[in-house]
Design a protein around this ligand. Structure first.
Ligand code: HEM
Length: 166
């Protein structure tokens, strides 16, 4: 496969990965439009909530973020604009800002959401009060990525198709 063909495959994987990753976030907004204070529930209801979350946990959306990151970095490298985009130089500043938001979203998912989610799910042992606290952290972390996805999509598309407008 030539590098050009790989660039086309990378763009396809970039958008597919996004559909899974950000799609999961949007589905969360529909399923849980607002945070329900878990500690207001009795122990049995809380345990059932934790078990439901554990059964739903498949990790696909988390690994989709790595597909988005790898395909995005390949497309940057293929265009020879890694440094220009990350340094927000000239016409690459628009795409670059989108990339920085994308990197922030990926770090939020892997270094904030997932470590706390593991406690909620019982994959990492934690006292009940700590698991309850983590449900709020995971809710806010997920919502943050949902909101960040709006400027990220805009800046990526504008950076890809209309950098001269900026
Ligand atoms: C994680 C780091 C990311 C990197 C390094 C990255 C990099 C890139 C690059 C280089 C392009 C192609 C630009 C061009 O055609 O000149 C692109 C396109 C795009 N990216 Fe990203 N991206 C990342 C994350 C994201 C995220 C988080 C989103 C959305 C939430 C996103 C949405 C898009 C969209 C919608 C396109 C335009 C596709 C098109 O119009 O063909 N990217 N990205």
């Amino acid at each position: 496969m030539t590098l050009v063909e790989l660039d086309v495959v990378a763009r396809w994987l970039h958008l597919l990965g996004l559909l899974v990753w950000i799609g999961h976030n949007y589905a969360n907004v529909i399923q849980r439009p607002r945070y329900v204070a878990v500690d207001a529930m009795d122990a049995a209801a809380t345990e059932q909530l934790f078990m439901q979350a554990a059964r739903r946990e498949h990790g696909t959306f988390r690994y989709a973020s790595l597909v988005v990151l790898a395909s995005g970095l390949y497309m940057l490298w293929f265009r020879g604009i890694v440094a220009d985009a990350l340094a927000l130089r000239g016409q690459f500043a628009v795409l670059g800002l989108g990339v920085w938001i994308g990197l922030l979203m990926t770090a939020n998912l892997w270094f904030v959401l997932w470590p706390h989610q593991k406690k909620v799910l019982g994959f990492v042992p934690a006292p009940h009060a700590e698991r309850v606290r983590c449900t709020r952290v995971t809710f806010l972390s997920s919502r943050t990525n949902t909101i960040l996805s709006f400027p990220a999509v805009f800046l990526m598309i504008a950076g890809a198709h209309a950098p001269m407008l900026f």
